[in-house]
Design a protein around this ligand. Structure first.
Ligand SMILES: [Zn+2]
Length: 355
């Protein structure tokens, strides 16, 4: 006897399979990478600073998409690797790395992100039946040159030791084939059929006392400009990215002494700013060092207003500012900034579209 009814267990399996498919679709739609659109976008990989807190923010890192492709990494703080994974982005063709300064909350995950680019290359090749060599382009790494600031005598350092190395020295000490601590990457990338490990590094003057913007990349309509900014004794840069009429400026960490941030941010669509401190500090004069390193909300408001930026994004959020972001916004708008103020969060995508 043939029963024309589909057995209930077949229906059950079909229903379960649909559920899994829907769940997968849903997961895919929610991935940050699928929110990227238009010619220029920034994905926040880390909206925090150097303090690990229950707010769960990764340290400073931003991924810039050019025509929808992840091309530029701005800083690579701890936790950025995890956020990159969660974002669903394949970075096999990541091209440019911009380091604002060499504090660990801006550099900690650099090696893990570079390494995974070769695994992404390998994965892409396997999926597309393509074969080695895979990724062969170098990572083009830009960061501040040294600035000559020495340690105080109490530490008895060598007299010519600077507090911070040049970015090229930092990078070579990691990856140089003969002397780098992570020199294994030079063979590892080949061993996994991920590609050929290469990098180039360029030091940019961190002088903040004059406005000497340096155009460090200018190709195919993409322009990246770097300028020195004050971050106490730390050699530090801010960056501006211009593409197809859109622009993103990133302050890195800075006290915003001088007017370089105003000049660099002129008419920018999006200005991502170091939001580490308030106008007053919880620990009074004992916290004075923070004023030498970071920007008060009032100063941020002045910069954004004078430069005429469209959107100010508060990021590098610390335990000092986390619970007072409303007050930060009030202090900014009190300086006559009339653009929009947004609070960054990890995996948020800002698309600069024409509409
Ligand atoms: Zn920082």
């Amino acid at each position: 006897m043939h029963n024309s009814w589909v057995p209930y267990w077949v229906l059950l399996i079909v229903l379960l399979a649909c559920n899994v498919a829907w769940a997968n679709d849903d997961h895919k739609n929610k991935l940050a990478v699928n929110k990227v659109k238009g010619s220029l976008s920034v994905m926040v990989l880390g909206s925090g600073g150097p303090v690990a807190t229950a707010a769960g923010r990764a340290s400073a890192a931003y991924l810039i998409f050019v025509d929808g492709q992840p091309k530029i990494l701005m800083d690579a703080g701890g936790g950025a690797y995890t956020r990159l994974a969660e974002s669903g982005t394949n970075i096999k063709d990541l091209d440019i790395v911009l380091l604002t300064h060499l504090h660990i909350d801006h550099t900690g995950d650099l090696s893990s992100i570079m390494k995974t680019a070769y695994f992404h290359s390998r994965g892409y090749n396997l999926a597309n039946n393509a074969f080695p060599p895979g990724r062969t382009a170098p990572f083009r790494i830009f960061g501040p040159a040294a600035n000559g600031a020495k340690f105080p005598p109490v530490l008895n350092a060598n007299p010519d030791t600077t507090q911070y190395p040049a970015s090229s020295e930092y990078v070579h000490h990691h990856y140089d084939l003969n002397s780098g601590m992570e020199r294994y990457l030079n063979i590892f990338s080949r061993a996994i059929s991920g590609g050929i490990f290469k990098y180039e590094t360029t030091d940019v003057s961190p002088n903040w006392q004059a406005y000497n913007p340096e155009v460090i990349v200018n190709e195919n309509g993409l322009k990246i400009t770097a300028v020195g900014v004050n971050h106490g004794p730390v050699p530090a840069l801010a960056f501006r990215i211009d593409y197809k009429g859109h622009s993103i400026v990133y302050s890195g960490d800075t006290s915003t002494k001088g007017n370089n941030m105003i000049a660099l941010s002129e008419g920018a669509d999006l200005l991502i700013y170091d939001t580490a401190i308030m106008d007053d500090l919880p620990n009074g004069a004992n916290d004075a060092v923070f004023f030498a390193l970071h920007t008060t909300p009032s100063r941020m408001g002045e910069v954004a207003a004078q430069a005429g930026v469209k959107t100010l994004v508060l990021s590098h959020i610390t335990p000092i500012t986390e619970s007072r972001l409303k007050q930060v916004k009030q202090l900014i708008t009190a300086k006559s900034f009339r653009g929009s103020v947004k609070v960054a969060k990890d995996l948020k995508v800002y698309n600069l579209t024409d509409d």
